[in-house]
Structure formats: C-alpha cells, structure tokens
Design a protein around this ligand. Structure first.
Ligand code: SF4
Length: 84
C-alpha cells in the first residue's frame, strides 16, 4: 500500500523544510524522488516500500540520473576523447 507512510515527515535538504512522505513518493512525475532511499532509510524500510510498490521499469525511471547529469557526463567523455 503506497499510502502506508504518508503521515511521516522529514527534513528535505533540497527544499530546506520538512515534507510529508506523501510528497516524496509522488514528486517525480507521480513516482518517488530519486533521493528517497537516502532520505528515508533510517526511518522506514524504504527499500521494501520501493520493491513492493514499483515495477522494475518504474524503479529504473525513479533512480535514473537526471538528464542534465547525463549530458555533462557525455560532455566529459567527449572532452576526454578530444572530440570537442
Ligand atoms: S526524498 Fe526527495 S523530496 Fe523527499 S526529502 Fe528527500 S530530497 Fe526531499
């Protein structure tokens, strides 16, 4: 059940204030924030929550690096190869 931890709240280092778990599990286009494991592992069994509620494909989307990070990694690879 995805709502089981919705009443929990924790401090968000990105936003700078407390947020409910219900926010963290939906903020990424309806999927959880990709930092959800780091932020919640001390308080709930977040690994099990993810495994129980999201398919493998959804988990890949949740934890995929953000597009700008991929672009900068590709730039670094190009520069390392001397392909500017
Ligand atoms: S999981 Fe994401 S939205 Fe939730 S507290 Fe952590 S960084 Fe903030």
């Amino acid at each position: 059940m995805k709502e089981q931890y919705d009443s929990e709240s924790g401090y968000c280092r990105v936003l700078g204030h407390h947020v409910p778990f219900s926010y963290c599990r939906c903020v990424n286009e309806g999927l959880p924030c990709r930092r959800i494991r780091d932020c919640w592992f001390e308080r709930i069994d977040v690994g099990r929550f993810i495994d129980d509620n999201y398919t493998e494909a959804e988990q890949e989307r949740i934890f995929a690096p953000p597009p700008e990070k991929i672009a900068s990694i590709l730039d670094l690879i190009k520069k390392a190869k001397g392909d500017n």
